[in-house]
Design a protein around this ligand. Sequence first.
Ligand code: NAP
Length: 472
Amino acid sequence: MYINGKWITTDTLFDVHNPATGEKVDSVYFVGEKETEDAIKAAEKAFKEWSSLAAEQRSSYLWKIVEKLKEQREAFAQIITKEMGKTIHHARQEVASSIAFFQWYAEEARRIYGDIVPASAANKRIQVIKQPVGVVGAITPWNFPLSMAARKLGPALATGCTIVLKPSKEAPLSSIALFKIFDEIDLPEGVANLVMGSSGPIANTLMKSKAVKKISFTGSTEVGKVLIGQSAETVKRVSMELGGHAPFIIFDDADLELAVDGLIKSKFGSNGQQCVCPNRIYVQEKIYDEFSEKLNKRVRNIQVGNGLDEGNDMGPLINAEALEKVHEQVENAVGLGASILNGGRKLSDGQYAQGYFYDPTVLANVTDDMLIVKEETFGPVIPLIKFQTEEEVIQRANDIEYGLASYFYTTDLSRNYRVSEQLDYGMVGVNDALPFAVQAPFGGVKESGMGREGGKYGLEDYLDIKMISVQI
Ligand code: NAP
């Protein structure tokens, strides 16, 4: 752990394993309530000075982080692949997006503007300023271990907040490497603190603390709901980036090659373990057979194996539990009438023996009563669902508690606007399976969360608004 500018050890160590090989990658110290309290105190103490710095000074620290990350980009990619299994190609993309986040917030730190509001009386002046919320508690998942941390640390540091970060114990190593950079650039002590260990004691300490003014969480809807409940006691600001169940709709006027290519890229990134992964693939009846044939040809060619091998397209799932959950969904679908076009099995022979590999899977004739249509899959399974009309597919796509990403393919300009506006999702990709950028707002509606990360919107979540009325 890194608390108050120092590396701390405890009596308890835990091992991080490579999900492709089962090998131990490293050991990490575990902390509990006491160390978390120390981290909060350090962040509280550092807040006054850090928030008083000129924006340009804070920005200069973020630029140094950008430079160091650029120098070490390949080392970071290797760490990500070893700790959570995504291919080295995808890990390099994650490092690139993390650099882009820090760079964006290094630039934006200097553009936190207020307003002058016309008053109702001639002898009054109203001014609106924006100030950092204070100490932030940040909790991140294992599937994007570096970029989810960057998406929180960037705006927190840019706005003048101080922060206590708790990464997932499944993949804490990229956060440790990032904090080594903070140490190297002499980020003032207490500004950013890192705690790792059992999530219950750490999260409870953050949630109970009156000093922690905001919680920024990325993870499952289930845990997000618990944190929202706990935040009531001290009325914390909450930003929640939660689970998703993205519809991916292909209308019969779509460019099918483009749609197949987009689906492959979007579905198998991070080995199917992304909150924005397409989870329900609605294909219009007239093109259903042609589309499934084209798709299946591509899926059959996906190379599965250790993510460190440059030739592989997809790595393992994070752990045995994840593998079981994916397989259960496939078995449930098959039991209720779905047919397997490809895959549908765990891979356990030869090179796969020590890892958590699943064969890239395509299921046909999927219906709304199957688990896979209702629950987040978090694995490399494409369920194909037939639909007839635009009205019907919008209703089915929206009929779920999630509202994170959604996608559709069409060449009809009017349909583009009509459907985009009617989908109850925080993000819509039209003929675009990767509609994400650091300068754009990322986030969901309904039970997929609240608040936005990325772009100018990502800064707002770390700022309080203050109105100052002056009688002259
Ligand atoms: P998770 O189980 O909710 O864990 C997320 C984080 O919360 C981890 O640091 C975890 O620590 C911690 N945690 C677990 N139980 C907790 C508890 N009771 N109280 C407080 N903290 C707790 O989610 P995950 O399996 O890591 O990640 C997958 C989920 O994240 C999926 O649902 C995915 O859709 C979602 N996600 C959303 C976004 C987005 O931007 N909307 C992005 C990525 C992922 P430990 O792992 O150490 O237990």
